[in-house]
Design a protein around this ligand. Structure first.
Ligand SMILES: [Mg+2]
Length: 177
């Protein structure tokens, strides 16, 4: 538990650096918040997260930034059982877990419909570059994770989001009234 508190504190510190923050952070499941494909496992197994995932989720909650799931897992029943076992299922305002041939654009349409949050106020983490490219195209700041959601990826994501946010703010200021 101490480790979770340490990661949470560091994540809060990172968030404090940026003037513009996302309204919603969308997370993939397999190899993003946990280090396995849940379809290859049994519901009876005990799931575990990447070391920083839980602390980051707690920091988001503390800052009142919503979190959502966009997963193409073909076994949503195992995924939701694991979220429940890990005690984090209630931390997500939207949970889109279904197989799809798209690069998660249909997941994001559903998340947008459910939350009303525009794509340019979302930050997305995934370990699949095709999803990252597809979702970037619709205007969501998207970050490829290589070792799961950790503080380094979190910082990169917020930095990229903040840069985009500042750019759009400046453009707005330039526009004549
Ligand atoms: Mg994945």
């Amino acid at each position: 538990m101490e480790e979770v508190e340490r990661v949470k504190a560091e994540a809060l510190q990172i968030m404090g650096v940026f003037s513009v923050l996302p309204k919603l952070v969308v997370l993939d499941l397999d190899y993003t918040i946990w280090p396995f494909y849940c379809e290859c496992r049994s519901k009876r197994d005990t799931p575990y997260l990447f070391p920083d995932s839980r602390g980051i989720l707690h920091a988001l909650k503390h800052e009142k930034i919503d979190a959502a799931i966009a997963s193409k897992s073909p076994t949503p029943d195992i995924a939701t059982t694991y979220l429940h076992k890990l005690g984090i299922r209630s931390m997500f305002v939207a949970e889109e877990i279904f197989y799809s041939w798209t690069h998660k654009t249909d997941h994001f349409q559903k998340i947008h419909a459910r939350t009303g949050i525009p794509y340019n106020s979302m930050l997305f983490f995934d370990d699949d570059n095709n999803n990252i490219r597809g979702i970037s195209e619709i205007g969501v700041t998207s970050i490829l994770v290589r070792n799961g959601l950790n503080l380094e990826a979190f910082r990169d994501g917020l930095a990229k989001f903040s840069q985009k946010g500042n750019a759009s703010k400046k453009n707005k200021q330039k526009r004549p009234k």
